[in-house]
Write a protein that binds this ligand. Structure first.
Ligand code: THU
Length: 122
């Protein structure tokens, strides 16, 4: 049985416990569902040089790429925060089918193009 978006979000919530966010104290977790059924998690990783911090979504995508994933290979991503603009651009590049996140107390499931309309692509 494939994971539901709620189950994927639960994996993201569990991952958030490993976040390294000593500056914002805002822990974020993400969980990617690859087309082969594997789940790859990510967390935000902050740095004393603040702009160098890494978002949870990009951490998860980078981990998946290091394991061989490529655009088109990601079915879904769940994240414990509404994705920032930069992460929306990354999610668009990887052709993720759907992105699930809590917003205004509701589970939102969106396509990348809905999160980033009229977007820049090459
Ligand atoms: N953050 C994420 O990890 N993902 C997002 O899409 C939004 C923001 C992190 C970055 C920073 O470590 C903290 O949340 C506060 O902005």
């Amino acid at each position: 049985m494939p994971l539901t978006d709620e189950e994927l979000l639960a994996r993201a919530e569990r991952a958030a416990g490993s976040a390294y966010a000593p500056y914002s104290n805002f822990n974020v977790g993400a969980a990617l569902l690859l087309r082969n059924g594997d789940v790859v998690t990510g967390v935000n990783v902050e740095n004393a040089s603040y702009p160098l911090g890494m978002c949870a979504e990009r951490c998860a995508l980078a981990r998946a790429v290091a394991e061989g994933a490529r655009p088109g290979g990601v079915e879904a991503l769940a994240v414990t925060a509404s994705p920032c603009g930069g992460c929306r651009q990354w999610l668009l590049e990887f052709g993720v089918d759907r992105i699930a996140f809590m917003h205004d107390g509701e589970l939102r499931v969106r396509a990348p193009a809905d999160l980033l309309p009229d977007s820049f692509i090459l």
